[in-house]
Design a protein around this ligand. Sequence first.
Ligand SMILES: [Zn+2]
Ligand SMILES: [Zn+2]
Length: 335
Amino acid sequence: MVRFAVLASGSKGNSTVVSGGRTRILVDAGLSCRELFRRMKLAGEDPATLDAIVITHEHQDHVNGLAVTARKLGVPVYFTQATHRAWMRWLTPRRQMTYAQWLERCRKQAAEREAEPLNAAAGCDADETDIDEVEAEIQPQEVEAAAPAEPESEATSVSPPSIKEDPTWLPSIEYFQAGQSFSIGDIGIDPFTTPHDAADPVGFVFRSEGIRLGFATDLGYVTPNVKAQLRALDLLLIESNHDLEMLRDGPYPWSVKQRVLSRVGHLSNDATAEFLSTGYDGQAAYVILAHLSENNNLPELARVAAERALNGRASLLANRLLLAEQHEPLAPIDF
Ligand SMILES: [Zn+2]
Ligand SMILES: [Zn+2]
C-alpha cells in the first residue's frame, strides 16, 4: 500500500510521512521530535517503523527536530551535500569572542587536557538517556563552533557524542543530488531543484507500486523543470503560501515582504492557480495545497483560487482538493 500523511505544513513546521511497500520515510522534520511522534500516532503511523528522513532544505521550519528525531530512531538522513553543510553551519555558528576571552578559553582547555587526557567520551551514556529532555537546550547561539563530523567516520562502536557535545551528529548520512534518482527500500525518489533562498533546495516525486506522488513547497516560482517533474501524478502537494493583497497590506516588514514575493520566495495563491490552470496536466486524484501562511493567507482564499483554476476538473475521482494544516495532521491518503 502507498500512503501519504501530512503531519504539519506551514512556516511553524513541515513534515510528511510517505509509505510504499515495506518502506516508510519522513519528509522533513520541522517539528520537535516529541510533537512529530505525537502527530504520527494521531495519523496511525508508528515512529519506530520509519526507515529514513529525507530533507528538502535547511530552513528551520523543515529541520527543527531533525537531529533529535534521527538519533532517537537511529535512521539515516538523506540530504544534498550543500543542504547538509548549511544545516551544520546553522547549528554551529562561529561565536564572536574577544582576544581576552579566546586566551582564557585556550588556557582552560589546556588545563582540562592535562587534568583528564583520556576522558573524552565520558558522560555520553548518561547524556543519551532521554534525548527529548535535552532538546530544549539546542539553541544555535549557545553552541560552540565544532569541527563537523565526517559522515564516513561514523561507523564505529564508540558511543555517539551527546547532542550538547555535537548537535550535528547523525546516526548516518546519505547524499543525493537534484536530477539524480535514487531509492530508499521500496520507494523511488526523483529530487528536483526548486528556486528558493536556501543552499540547495529540492522538491520530490516519490514512486512506489506504480503510484507517483509529487511534492513541491518553498519555491518562488514554478520553473519549466518543476512543471516537467510534476506530471502524470496520482497526488500533487503544492505550496499556496500567501494571498498577494494580504501580504502587501500585512504586518511583515518591507524587506520580508520582498523576500516572500521574490523569485526565490514562496508561491502565492495566484501563482499556484496559474500553475494549476496552465502548467498542470490535471491527472492527480488529489491536489493538496500546502505551506499556507497563517499571517498572509486564509484557507478559503487558497481553496477558491485553486478551485477556480482547476475549472470544474475537481471531482471525487480527480483533483480532490485538500488543504494541509499547520496544527494538526491531515487524514492519511491511501492508494
Ligand atoms: Zn518552509
Ligand atoms: Zn524555506
